[in-house]
Design a protein around this ligand. Structure first.
Ligand SMILES: Nc1ncnc2c1ncn2[C@@H]1O[C@H](COP(=O)(O)OP(=O)(O)O)[C@@H](O)[C@H]1O
Ligand SMILES: [Mg+2]
Length: 299
């Protein structure tokens, strides 16, 4: 569903410097690829590059991006806009920043519907056509809202971060998206909302067969969600692979440090001598007297 090949990004401000170098990975249909790495390593810029949303100070200096068989790096701004409304969508860490504070949720739905084939002339929430309203309600119900009409009438500040995150997914589901990019969607949420969003992403992925690129620095999230893992460090991919394989034998020091940081939360240790010789579950089990916490199980 997504192929990124040899992506290079450069920051233009001051002395130009490459922030992303030779980054290649893919997201197969119906699968979740997790992009992990420490803060500032280039995860968000990679996502923005995929959707052609790079900030002005950043330029793509090389590489190709293919979404659902279509090479998108040479598309015109209009085509990219259509792509964002159609095949691909993105949800972000801070959903509040994506909503216009003076507009109701309904207005945001109207705008999205207009952007892909709704009624562009009718941007007043009062005259939202019944068919559009039905689509909005359906989409909100799909992300778990029991009374979609209350949500449609709400202003962003009246909803919690977790609810806004679900509204973002509902907006994305207005079209048959094939690829969902989620940039740290749970980082700012409480634990209950986190679990809810992850379940929602998993369900929608299954139902719609879409590919998901999930950016996170939380190994617990990776263990729960990922089919494939791509580890970035200082603008480069240092290792990648199927989640179980990679966790069983992390080759790069950074990947090991990342795993260890997570395991120490549970008082566990991922000894070097065990790396590469045992699967992660026995290894984790061996390191702890009690049952392995669900969060660190690798499925
Ligand atoms: N708009 C921007 N202008 C200049 N530098 C930026 C901009 N956005 C990100 N950067 C820089 O690019 C690097 C990668 O950023 P980012 O992709 O946001 O990292 P991550 O999402 O992995 O935390 C960082 O060094 C960051 O400071
Ligand atoms: Mg980021």
């Amino acid at each position: 569903m997504l192929a990124v090949e040899s992506l290079e990004l450069e920051i233009l401000r001051g002395r130009p410097r490459k922030v992303v170098r030779n980054v290649s990975f893919s997201v197969p249909r119906g699968r979740v690829t997790c992009l992990v790495g420490e803060s500032g390593c280039g995860k968000s810029l990679t996502c923005l590059a995929i959707l052609g949303l790079l900030p002005e100070a950043v330029r793509r200096t090389g590489g190709t991006i293919t979404i659902d068989g279509e090479r998108v790096n040479d598309l015109s701004p209009e085509h990219l806009q259509a792509l964002r409304g159609g095949k691909a969508a993105m949800i972000l860490q801070n959903p509040m920043s994506c909503f216009d504070p003076i507009c109701t949720v309904k207005s945001h739905f109207l705008e999205s519907l207009a952007a892909h084939g709704g009624n562009p002339g009718r941007l007043s929430p009062e005259v939202m056509p019944e068919s559009d309203l039905a689509r909005a309600r359906r989409s909100l119900a799909e992300v778990g809202f029991d009374s979609p009409d209350d949500i449609l009438d709400a202003y962003p500040f009246q909803l919690s971060g977790g609810m806004l995150q679900r509204v973002m997914v509902a907006l994305a589901l207005l079209s048959e998206i094939r690829l969902l990019l989620a940039d740290e969607p749970t980082t700012d949420l409480d634990v209950v909302s986190q679990a809810r969003i992850l379940t929602l992403l998993d369900e929608t992925r299954r139902r719609h067969g879409m590919g998901v690129l999930l950016v996170t620095h939380d190994i617990g999230v990776v263990a729960r969600m990922a089919d494939f893992v791509v580890v970035m460090h200082k603008g480069e991919v240092v290792e990648q692979g199927e989640v179980a394989t990679l966790f069983a034998a992390p080759r790069h020091a950074y990947t090991r440090a990342l795993l260890q940081a997570h395991l120490s939360l549970y008082g566990l240790s991922f000894g070097d001598e065990a790396v590469g010789t045992v699967s992660p579950e026995p290894c984790l089990a061996a390191a702890t007297p009690g049952p392995v916490p669900e969060e660190v199980r690798i499925r």
